[in-house]
Every structure is written in C-alpha cells, then in structure tokens.
Design a protein around this ligand. Structure first.
Ligand code: GDD
Length: 409
C-alpha cells in the first residue's frame, strides 16, 4: 500500500503570495478553478493501492476542514489534515506524524511539496523507485543555469540515476538539475530522520557544557527538533546508494508568487485538455460567449454572450462578466463583477471586486517580475473608465483614477 503526504506549510510561509493569501490559505488558492492542492490530490489518486492522503501544515484546522471532507467524499479516498503544533521543518513535520503515516503499514510514502505545479508522474516514478531499490527517489528537472540557485541543485549518475551530490540553494553554481519537491520513500526514511534527530539532540546537550557555545547556538535559533528534508537528510544520504532520481520532461514550476500562480493556472488548464476536457469551456455556444483556447468557467458564473474569453482564463463561482468584456490570461475569483466593455489582461481579480465599464485592468505579462501582472485584492472597486497597469492593489480600495507600476496600500 501507498500513503501520500502533502506538505502545505503555514500562514507564515505564504507571505510572498500576498495579498491573495490574506483571504485563503495559499494551498487552497484556485488554479484552473481547483484549489492548488487539488491537483496534487488528483495525481495521487492515480497511484495504485493508495490508502490515505495526509495534508500536513500549521494552518488552523478549520481552514482545511471543509475542503478535506468534501474532497474525501468526492474522490472516495480518506484525505486528512494534520496540524503541526509548531514548525519542525519538512522532515521533522513528517516524522512527528509517523504513527498516522504508518497506520496502514505502507510499503511506500509519497511526499509532495504543495507549492509546486507539475503533471506529477507518480505511477511511473513509483515503478522506477521500485526498480532502483533505494530508500528514496526524487523527481528532478532541468532549469536554466541562472534560476537554478533558487532550488536544491544536484548531480546524478547518468547510467544508474543514483543521486551523487546534493546542495540546497548553493551560492555558486553546481548543476542545472534541480529537486522538484516530489519524492517517493520507503518507510526507512522515518528511521533516517530519527537518526538525525538523535544526533542533533546529542549535539545540543554537548553544547550546554560550554556557555559560550550555548549562546552561539541559541543565536542560530534552529531548535534541535527542527529537521529539514533537503539539508539534513538528502545532502548526507547522497552518494550512498540510498537515493535515486527520476527526471520529468513534462511541465514543472514552483509557485511562490501570484504571478507564478497565473502561469501555473494556464499549465493546468492545458493539462485538462488531456485529463479532464469536461472542465474546459467549449466555444460551442452553450455558455454563449466566444471562447479562445483553454478556459475554465464555474457553472454558477454568468458570462454575457457577447464577451470574449481566453486563452488562459479561469472564472470562479458567481462571477458576472458583462457584455463586450474581454478577458485574456487572468484569474477571476468568486463574486467578481466585470462590467460592460471592460478589459482584463495578465491579471488576478480578487473576490467580490468590481471592474467598471470601459475600464482596463492589465499587466505586461511577465510572471516573474514583481509588478509583471496586476493583482486586485478582495473587494477592490475599479470605477468606470479607469486603467490599472502593472499594479498590486490591497483589499477594500476604490480606484477612481488610473494607476501604473504602483503598490496601493
Ligand atoms: N507542514 C510543513 N511544515 N510544511 C512545510 C514546512 C513545515 O515546517 N516547511 C516548509 N513546508 C512546506 C512548504 O509549504 C512547501 O510546500 C514545502 O514544504 C517546501 O518549502 P520550503 O521548505 O520553504 O522549501 P522551498 O520551497 O524553498 O524549496 C524546496 O522545494 C524546492 C522545489 O520547489 C526545496 O526542497 C528545494 O530543494 C526544491 O528545489
């Protein structure tokens, strides 16, 4: 049997995702109309003999309660949220819930970072992992040499795929092959974490002997029960025939910023063409509006038949899109109203916001730039004939004059 664990982090982790994470935990922010973590869960569903899915994080339980109960019913697979009492690092968090994870005596544990977007080729990865016969297999991917230092960089044996060397976010370039934050382990990983925990505790006890060192270690402020999967587990196990790599040639991105969420929404929409075409709006006149490329429209949204929508547009529940409106590369969240002849391009429009008649909300479309797209927080009113370009607008603001390249607090 297989158990899947998704690390969802906590409210202190999603700060670069503001203002969108002010309303909803980042793992539940909709991409292609589905909560971010839903794409991970759907991928886990394709693993044979999957017993349970756990989400581990330090958000309040009530923030996930509704989602986990509805998704468990919908997919008929137990999905549970486990709340950490304090941040323990990715490996420490996993270890603290070992009794839950081992409940079904799984032969394999699938571990996923929540803030990545991928086709998650888990069944193929599991087959490869069984063939390698190691303690763990990492999903890896080639990125540009300039961007590699944002990730764990690694070297693998081209013949055997063994992980030979691993460094987390190194200052000097090691390799353009990076860790995707998607792993398959045997339960032995829990013993490996336990060993590291013991070593750390022993070292902490030793340090107490010298008061100067105690002060130094207190200043470093990494508690002895904080274990990071990358630095504390993967690095030391590299080159010991315990860890192997599986390279994905399919799409993979990390989602730290709202700009990247817009890009990833588009990637998931194009994946729907193959996996869930029924979720895509078809331009067959059912919804009336002209649809271009990949578009998701929630069944409760109302889109005027003279509106033109797409490509890469996702429209959430109860949104209303007026006559002659034009939407390109954007996420429209719940209860938004886009009025007649308004244009929204390269933007995210927050819950309950309104965009007035003949207004434009637009970005230049650079997903990586700080102000490359426009983001309206919750309940922002853009009045008629106002142009908002490359800006971030915090919740509850009214814009009655045009703005460009600004953060409106
Ligand atoms: N439950 C829980 N508890 N989740 C955590 C914790 C924790 O203490 N710390 C981080 N997470 C979650 C985050 O929400 C995220 O989904 C994932 O674990 C990894 O987050 P970070 O530890 O902040 O690492 P990172 O995203 O900067 O880098 C990691 O992922 C990259 C791929 O996206 C590293 O593993 C890199 O090597 C890797 O390239």
């Amino acid at each position: 049997r297989v158990v899947a664990v998704i690390m969802v982090g906590g409210p202190t982790k999603g700060t670069r995702f503001r203002p969108l994470s002010l309303n909803v935990p980042k793992p539940l922010f909709p991409l292609a109309g589905q909560p971010m973590v839903h794409h991970h869960i759907s991928a886990c569903r394709r693993i044979p003999n999957l017993a349970q899915i756990y989400l581990i994080g330090f958000y309040e339980e009530r923030e996930f309660a509704l989602y986990v109960s509805s998704i468990s019913n919908e997919l008929r697979i137990p999905v549970r949220y486990l709340r950490e009492d304090k941040p323990r690092g990715s490996a420490g968090g996993l270890y603290s819930f070992r009794d839950y994870i081992m409940e079904d005596s799984p032969a394999h544990i699938v571990l996923l970072n929540c803030d990545v977007c991928s086709s998650f080729p888990l069944p193929d990865m599991l087959e490869a992992h069984k063939k390698y016969g190691g303690m763990g297999t990492l999903l890896v991917n080639k990125v540009s040499a300039e961007s590699a230092n944002q990730f764990g960089e690694l070297v693998a044996d081209p013949e055997t795929n063994e992980l030979l060397h691993y460094t987390e976010k190194p200052e000097t370039f090691v390799s353009d092959l990076i860790n995707c934050g998607v792993y398959i382990f045997t339960p032995n990983i829990l013993n490996a974490i336990e060993d590291v925990l013991k070593q750390k505790k022993d070292r902490a006890n030793l340090r107490r002997v010298s008061s100067f060192e105690a002060l130094q270690s207190a200043m470093k402020a990494i508690p002895a029960d904080y274990v990071r999967l990358d630095q504390d587990i993967l690095s030391p196990l590299a080159g010991k025939k315990e860890l192997y790599t599986y390279e994905t040639l399919d799409f993979w991105e990390q989602i730290k910023t709202p700009g990247m969420s817009l890009r990833c929404s588009g990637l998931y929409l194009s994946q729907f063409r193959h996996t869930s075409p029924h979720l895509l709006a078809s331009g067959d006149g059912k919804k009336g509006a002209t649809i271009i490329g990949d578009v998701y429209i929630h069944p409760s949204a109302k889109v005027h038949l003279t509106a033109k929508i797409g490509p890469n547009v996702s429209i959430s529940a109860n949104a209303r899109i007026g006559a002659g409106a034009r939407l390109i590369n954007c996420i429209i969240l719940d209860d938004v109203e886009i009025m007649e002849n308004a244009v929204v391009i390269h933007s995210i429009v927050g819950w309950k916001s309104t965009v007035g008649k003949w207004s434009r909300v637009q970005g230049e479309g650079d997903h990586n730039a700080k102000l490359g797209i426009t983001i309206l927080g919750e309940a922002v009113d853009v009045e008629d004939e106002v142009v908002v370009t490359n800006s971030i607008v915090l919740p509850n603001k009214t814009l009655n004059a045009s703005v460009q390249d600004e953060i409106i607090l």
